[in-house]
Design a protein around this ligand. Sequence first.
Ligand code: RTP
Length: 155
Amino acid sequence: IFFFVQEVEQTYIMIKPDGVQRGLVGEIISRFEKKGFLLKGLKLFQCPKDLAQEHYKDLKERPFFPNLIDYITSGPVVCMAWEGDGVVASARKLIGATNPLQAEPGTIRGDLAVQTGRNVVHGSDSPDNGKREIGLWFKEGELAQWESVQTPWLI
Ligand code: RTP
């Protein structure tokens, strides 16, 4: 007999250096909290170049890649692991389109940003990438084990 354990979905969300510099950390965290997702990992972190390159390796042939690496390593970022049903797709909706001028009002980028190259936040684009990126940015033991104690109808 095989038991398939349904894993709870997790996504990697990162407040980029412009979000930290502009004092938007609380505002951005608040949107994911209010939505009802569970914060499983959180740290302020100065990203080394090699990690930025690994994280964005799929974009390494793109002309903006060097600028992207300089941007992500230009100051501290806030690394987060968020958990919940459908959290990957839902977080992408909360974040809004890559180009903030095309992001809907009400989304993080739609409300808080104007440039693609300064779009304040990152969110994993699939559950597999969520896993990969959390593994990349967090060491073992940095993620917290906890469940919400709120009554089910509140979350
Ligand atoms: P992210 O990975 O940061 O959540 O962004 P995304 O999926 O919405 O966009 P993606 O195409 O994966 O691009 C990653 C990040 O690269 C920067 N970018 N700059 N034309 C440009 O100058 C350009 N295009 C993309 C953005 O910071 C984008 O979020």
